[in-house]
Design a protein around this ligand. Structure first.
Ligand code: HEM
Length: 418
């Protein structure tokens, strides 16, 4: 399957082998069931027999060091890899802290950060006289979400390059001893940092106890989590570390790809970019369509069949590893008319880019807000934006056979037609 364009392969699989068993490179002796049709993917995302906790993982995956059987990744325990009732408890607590009100209040700050980054982009193009092109990933798609999530959590922005490095190592499942060592070290560094952050924040929360406020009134998410956890006495230190780690990693790696893949799609479809400029009220539907058209998370995190499960007429035996191809489901022509076609006026919504069921993305409102602000501002401010290299020259980000993300490593653009 080519990394640059997996969609033709997915189209083939949807008709010929919609629940396809294969052995990815590097997973010697281990196979995976890849599900590609919309109806099957959506049903499987909500199927409690497909568990997330690594205690259900086959031995060979544990041997590869992807997980430990107790569910602790290198940086704590995460709800993304938990099942009810633990998942329910963890998710309820973070929802108390990460409210829609908290996200909506971020709008002016996200707009301000975007404006600053766009001004720097304009300056950079003047300085280099349009020769090399500006990399939109380095100049906007990466710094915007990581700045926002660091501010939301109360993490000093000066540490963001460290986070970038650690989280890159953590999202790439290691299939070699060297990869495993790098990942474990990154996990330890991140966990150590988060523990220090919690200790400092807890002290501030304790000092302010006189005017104790509810979780959603706390100035940052780490304080809010500490208050929510203490109020309900339901969160272990490892679980707070895991939660903050998950928010940090999930909170920026994916949104980088929404902005990167979304802008790439618009640059390759100038008619759609022009339409968006002419009708800015289409921005929310355009972002939904960009999420569908080239989904930032290509495949959901793997599931484990706890019993024999029928998926689309195929029996997936107990103990199997199941991968749900969100990007394929989002192109399924039985669900989306002309699914391979980008159409920002599309009215058949219901993509699964944020997953579905109990693990549906907790950060979806924030991701949508960041996507709308960044993509809207780029299209408005730089009407002559073009790709500075042929699309085939772009390098796709790929983290290995179990990797779930899809994005471009760089996106060089020119601000004006030369
Ligand atoms: C879960 C996609 C941004 C936090 C998920 C899942 C998907 C997803 C597909 C479910 C994975 C599965 O079922 O295996 C995305 C996309 C994003 C994005 C496409 C950006 C465009 C964010 C942001 C945050 C976030 C900004 C937080 C600040 C989470 C969390 C979960 C999650 C905490 C786990 C929820 C659970 O297990 O109950 N995301 N995400 N995501 N996402 Fe996002």
């Amino acid at each position: 399957m080519t990394i640059m364009d997996p969609y033709p392969t997915y189209a083939h699989l949807r008709t010929e082998a919609p629940v396809y068993r294969y052995t990815p490179d590097g997973m010697a002796g281990g196979d995976l069931w890849l599900v590609t049709r919309y109806a099957d993917v959506r049903a499987a995302l909500a199927d409690p027999r497909l568990a997330k906790h690594p205690r259900h993982a086959p031995r060979r995956l544990l041997d590869l060091g992807v997980f430990t059987a107790d569910g602790a990744g290198p940086a704590g325990v995460s709800m993304l890899f938990a099942d009810p009732p633990d998942h329910t408890r963890l998710r309820r607590l973070v929802t108390r802290a990460f409210t829609r009100r908290r996200v909506a209040a971020l709008r002016p700050r996200i707009e301000q950060i975007t404006d600053t980054l766009l001004a720097e982009i304009a300056q950079a193009e003047i300085a280099q006289n349009g020769r090399a092109g500006i990399d939109l990933i380095a100049a906007l798609a990466f710094p915007l979400p990581i700045t926002v999530i660091c501010e939301l959590l109360g993490v000093p922005v000066a540490d963001r390059e460290d986070f970038r490095e650690w989280s890159r190592a953590l999202i790439s499942p290691p299939l070699t001893d060297a990869g495993r060592a790098v990942r474990e070290q990154a996990g330890r560094s991140l966990a150590g940092y988060i523990r220090d952050l919690i200790a400092v924040t807890r002290q501030v929360v304790v000092d302010a106890a006189d005017d104790a406020a509810a979780a959603d009134e706390q100035p940052d998410l780490v304080s809010a989590l500490i208050v929510a956890a203490d109020e309900h006495d339901q969160l272990s230190e490892d679980e707070i570390v895991g939660m903050i780690n998950l928010l940090l990693v999930a909170g920026h790696e994916t949104t980088v790809n929404l902005i990167g893949n979304g802008m790439l799609a618009l640059l390759r479809h100038p008619d759609q970019a022009a339409l968006l400029r002419a009708r800015p009220e289409l921005l929310p539907t355009a972002v939904e369509e960009l999420l569908r058209y080239d989904s930032p998370v290509e495949r959901a995190t793997i599931r484990f069949a706890t019993e024999d499960v029928d998926i689309g007429g195929t029996t997936v035996p107990a103990g199997s590893v199941v991968s749900l191809a969100l990007a394929s489901a989002n192109h399924d022509p039985t669900r989306f008319r002309d699914g391979a076609h980008l159409d920002i006026t599309r009215t058949d919504h219901g993509h699964v880019a944020f997953g579905h069921g109990i693990h549906h993305c907790l950060g979806a409102p924030l991701a949508r807000l960041e996507g709308e602000i960044a993509i809207g501002a780029l299209v408005r401010r730089f009407p002559d934006l073009t790709l500075a290299v042929p699309p085939d020259a772009l390098r796709r980000q790929c983290g290995g056979p179990l990797s779930t993300l899809r994005g471009v490593a760089e996106l060089p653009v020119r601000l004006s037609r030369g």
